[in-house]
Design a protein around this ligand. Structure first.
Ligand code: NG1
Ligand code: ZN
Length: 528
């Protein structure tokens, strides 16, 4: 390792002294102007991780649903997953080392992680549409090249597309081609194969309005339109030509405000959806004939997809197990419906996709979604092999069901939640089951709920257990929450420090909106 070259280049990306950042649930995220040194250093770290794993590593420059002025960076591990926890610690240490100490810390990490410095390194880089992203991704490239790593800069990509590229490259092209065309070809082929199976072809030109959060989703959906020649036509709104990224629009806005995004003209009963700023989340919604807004969030998406998969499994008569993974934010009605009506086992993990992803890997088919619309379906290798074999061997209806499962495997992005891929799965399921958006929504009624943010001096004084549903410290807080919850019907509430913002999140559910609001408010007062 040429430490003099590292020092020299690092000086061009000097760290503001005293600035401390944490590699959190979604990597580093803050105001774009504070991130140049972090980007350079993550380029360095990606090279070490690539050498250590002897695999391609991904670096994504994005701050997802945050305001346009923010930015962020996260590393993608060989199988398209989030960075391993021990490397999150290395990332935090490297990002926070003062300028003069940085080369020493870099060396120390490479020793501790037993990196063979002679090994080749390959890094792939993607970025979202923020004005700051291009320059910041150049700083990543500086970091990669100073350690003589090779790289491919994919330029503008959705976050899940970058995960896809990493996975394709590390699996010798088995999963798909590591090009943007390869991604579109794989998904569009699976979508069209799947929807061809619909017994009544229905409306040939089913249309869907998509709010693209003024972000990367618009560019990528527009590119993909040429590949999907039947079954769906999308109308793009908030495509970035006028509005500001994530401003009054996008999946996060719609979910947290429970209202339509600006720029979306909705007729009653029209199916609409919103992506977030890097297109890894999706939520659906519609207005009923009385003009009431209905949100269909990640929980209802998980319910729709898992009920479809369960029906296919019943049809083929195979005892592959299926499990649904949620977080504490999942609406209580969704958990009840999945467990009691659908008879599907449901598990709760801590917030953050990596926890859900990890748990979902325990099943033949693991469906995971956060209520905010981030999620996917994982098929174990054994399940995938079995399904492919059945699609060849079975006959008639059973064969058709196995083929459909095979198409779903190709359509779903198993590396990460992917708004484009999830949208196509959902549209295909609606077509195949002949469901309208209202019928989908009517599977169960969400319990009224409220989320609040509370600003406190130090959010880390709150620690939790039981997948974040119970407070451990400070003492007395959980008892206070229990007493408040008892005052309402069908109620539930919890608090946890956010992993991405300097706030404490409060969540409450109850039998009416008024009661959910009042419980959330009372709990937030108890947090102070
Ligand atoms: P935090 O800030 O830790 O609550 C938020 C979301 C997560 C996840 C991450 C990463 C909620 C309540 N929390 O985490 O689900 O998506 O951001 O983007 O929506
Ligand atoms: Zn996102």
């Amino acid at each position: 390792m040429d430490l003099d070259a590292v020092k020299e280049h690092s000086a061009l990306h000097a760290k503001p002294s005293g600035l401390v950042l944490q590699y959190g649930t979604a990597g580093f995220r803050t105001k774009a102007e504070h991130l140049d040194h972090v980007m350079f250093r993550m380029g360095l770290l990606a090279v070490l991780r690539s050498k250590q794993t002897k695999s391609t590593i991904g670096v994504m420059v994005t701050a997802s649903h945050n305001p346009e002025e923010d930015n962020g960076v996260k590393l993608v591990d060989p199988l398209g997953e989030m960075l391993a926890p021990s490397w999150e610690e290395h990332a935090t240490r490297l990002a926070n080392a003062e300028e003069k100490d940085m080369p020493g810390v870099l060396m120390d990490i490479s020793v501790k992680a037993a990196v063979n410095l002679q090994q080749d390194a390959f890094v792939v880089i993607g970025r979202d549409t923020r004005p700051s992203s291009e320059k910041l991704s150049q700083s990543v490239i500086d970091g990669v090249t100073v350690l003589e790593g090779q790289f491919q800069d994919y330029g503008l990509l959705t976050t899940p597309q970058l995960h896809y590229m990493v996975y394709c490259r590390n699996t010798g092209g088995q999963y798909g081609k590591a090009t943007i065309e390869g991604y579109y070809e794989k998904l569009s082929k699976a979508f069209m194969e799947l929807t061809k199976q619909a017994s009544c072809s229905g409306d040939e030109n089913r249309s869907l309005k998509v709010d693209c959060a003024n972000g990367i989703g618009a560019l990528k959906l527009r590119e993909m339109e040429h590949y999907i020649t039947q079954g769906l036509s999308v109308q793009l709104l908030n495509d970035g030509t006028k509005g500001k990224l994530n401003h009054l629009c996008g999946a996060d806005f719609v979910k947290s405000h429970q209202k339509p995004p600006q720029g979306m003209e909705m007729k009653s009963n029209e199916r609409c959806c919103s992506f977030d700023g890097d297109a890894d989340r999706i939520v659906y919604y519609y207005l009923d004939v009385d003009g009431h807004f209905h949100l269909i969030d990640g929980d209802k998406i998980a319910t729709l997809i898992s009920s479809f998969l369960k029906e296919l499994l019943l049809e083929i008569g195979e005892s592959l197990n299926i499990g649904v993974v949620q977080t504490a934010y999942a609406n209580g009605s969704s958990t009840r419906y999945l467990e009691e009506v659908m008879k599907v086992p449901v598990y709760c993990t801590k917030t953050g996709v990596k926890h859900l992803h990890h748990k979902a890997q325990e099943f033949d088919i693991g469906v995971y979604f956060e209520a905010n619309g981030h999620g996917t379906v994982l098929f174990s290798k054994a399940a995938e092999t079995k399904i492919k074999q059945l699609a060849r061997e079975l006959e008639d209806k059973k064969r058709k069901a196995a083929k459909m499962l095979e198409n779903v495997i190709d359509l779903i992005n198993q590396t990460a939640g992917d708004a484009i891929s999830d949208m196509l799965v959902i549209e295909a399921v609606l077509i195949l089951k002949g469901l309208t958006v209202q019928q989908w929504d009517a599977l169960y009624m969400d319990l009224p709920n409220r989320q609040l943010k509370v600003k406190v001096a130090d959010r880390q004084v709150i620690s939790t257990t039981d997948a974040e549903r119970q407070v451990v410290t400070p003492p007395g807080l959980q008892e206070a929450i229990n007493d408040l919850v008892k005052k309402y019907k069908l109620s539930r509430a919890f608090v946890r420090p956010s992993g991405t913002e300097d706030i404490v999140r409060v969540y409450a559910e109850a039998d009416s909106q008024e009661n959910a609001d009042s419980l959330a408010h009372a709990v937030s007062l108890a947090v102070f």
